[in-house]
Design a binder for this molecule. Structure first.
Ligand SMILES: Cc1cc2nc3c(=O)[nH]c(=O)nc-3n(C[C@H](O)[C@H](O)[C@H](O)COP(=O)(O)OP(=O)(O)OC[C@H]3O[C@@H](n4cnc5c(N)ncnc54)[C@H](O)[C@@H]3O)c2cc1C
Length: 363
């Protein structure tokens, strides 16, 4: 069995197959896992289900042997610099490292896959799969981008968010710190052409609000694909993770569903089940709910973000608050056709002679 892509989706599929004694080859286009992330700090969301994500991964037979920090409390700011405290009893996410370094999520999954006998071939870009296989090749569009820096820092561990259209249009800027490493990003859903300006403002804002301290900042950015209805199969092959457009439209927390879709694809192949049907029923209602959440959030603007953050910080438990928002509901189903989803077209180049965009074709 061949799998294209050694991201969370591809490795989760490979581990599931290998547990069942199947011979698996994972082909990775780059020379290491997590190539596109460097040493990015990211959040593994823990709010969308009542049960915890780590328990779910262990039940799926996946390693949770990676460096992580539970995110129970943090601070969000509105455009006027007002601070809102977010807190929950159980972590609403786990901060982790992406990329090839020891201790990262990608490294933990790679080590587990290899220990189960999975053959991982680097520098091997698959252009077609003969016979049984799974596509797990990451985003095929750029409807959201995050640009910023990785850096060393002497700041205490923690996370901070700013909702302000003048520095992260329709999205949010964030600062994550864990064990002496930091990631600062502006995550934007439109206005990609002005990414440098937004990033400059984000850095200034964090300097002002939380005394940001970056040592040797390394520029980093990436894109995310929000597929409106999901692409479940190409030919007979299951499509998983961001290649299928399986994402969290509201905040871009795609790791968990990438893993879940990889596991599901492997199980369907082994059991002769219809992946498209299973994936549609498992992921589509949540994706459509998050699509409506995204559309509503995009309409808020700075005054609306202030209202939203005030409301969120008054909740007894941020994790419960987020979980309620992510549940499909009749109201959100009714709202869906009424709100147009603003898709940014990746094929428009920025035409800058010194393009460093993470999203356009000339970069
Ligand atoms: C800057 C940034 C910050 C993010 N922050 C978060 C966060 O905090 N929380 C969260 O949950 N999500 C976050 N995401 C999203 C998350 O990283 C993705 O949703 C997740 O990595 C998707 O996993 P995947 O396995 O589908 O794809 P990927 O992780 O992209 O893996 C796909 C792999 O396939 C390889 N590949 C591509 N084409 C081929 C081919 N033809 N043959 C062989 N190999 C191929 C690629 O090199 C890559 O290694 C972030 C994304 C970005 C860009």
């Amino acid at each position: 069995m061949k799998i294209a892509g050694a991201g969370p989706a591809g490795l989760a599929a490979a581990i599931t197959l290998a547990h069942a004694g199947r011979a698996v080859e994972v082909h990775e286009a780059h020379d290491r896992v997590g190539y596109r992330f460097g040493h990015d700090l990211q959040g593994l969301e823990n709010w969308s289900t009542q049960g915890g994500v780590l328990d779910a991964m262990q039940a799926q037979g996946l390693s949770t042997d990676f460096d992580m920090m539970p995110g129970r409390e943090g601070t969000a700011f509105d455009a006027w610099g007002n601070a809102y405290h977010l807190h929950s009893e159980q972590p609403f996410f786990y901060l982790l490292v992406r990329g090839p370094d020891a201790g990262s999520l990608d490294d933990a999954l790679l080590r587990q896959a290899r220990s189960l006998g999975v053959e991982v071939r680097f520098n091997s870009r698959l252009t077609q799969i003969d016979g049984a296989g799974i596509l797990a090749t990451g985003p095929r569009g750029a409807e959201v981008i995050a640009v910023g820096y990785h850096f060393r820092t002497d700041m205490d561990d923690g996370f901070w968010v700013i909702c302000d259209d003048t520095l992260a249009p329709k999205g949010y800027a964030y600062l994550l710190v864990m064990s002496g490493y930091g990631t600062l990003k502006t995550c934007m859903f439109c206005g990609f052409n002005r990414q440098k300006e937004y990033l400059r403002r984000t850095v200034d804002a964090f300097h002002h609000l939380v005394d940001l301290r970056m040592e040797n900042p390394v520029p980093h950015g990436g894109a995310g694909h929000l597929g409106p209805s999901g692409l479940w199969l190409t030919g007979q092959h299951p499509v998983t993770g961001e290649q299928a457009g399986i994402q969290d439209f509201l905040w871009g927390f795609g790791i968990r569903s990438a893993i879940d879709s990889g596991v599901l694809a492997a199980q369907c192949l082994m059991n002769g089940e219809d992946y498209a049907e299973r994936a549609r029923s498992q992921f589509l209602p949540r994706m459509q709910t998050s699509e409506v959440n995204r559309r509503l959030f995009s309409l808020l603007g700075n005054q609306g973000y202030r209202w939203y953050l005030r409301h969120a910080s008054r909740q007894a438990d941020t994790r419960d608050f987020l979980r309620r928002q992510y549940q499909p509901s009749r109201l959100k189903r009714l709202l869906r056709p009424l709100l147009a989803y603003p898709v940014q077209n990746r094929s428009n180049p920025c035409n800058s002679p010194d393009c460093t965009c993470v999203w356009c074709r000339c970069g």
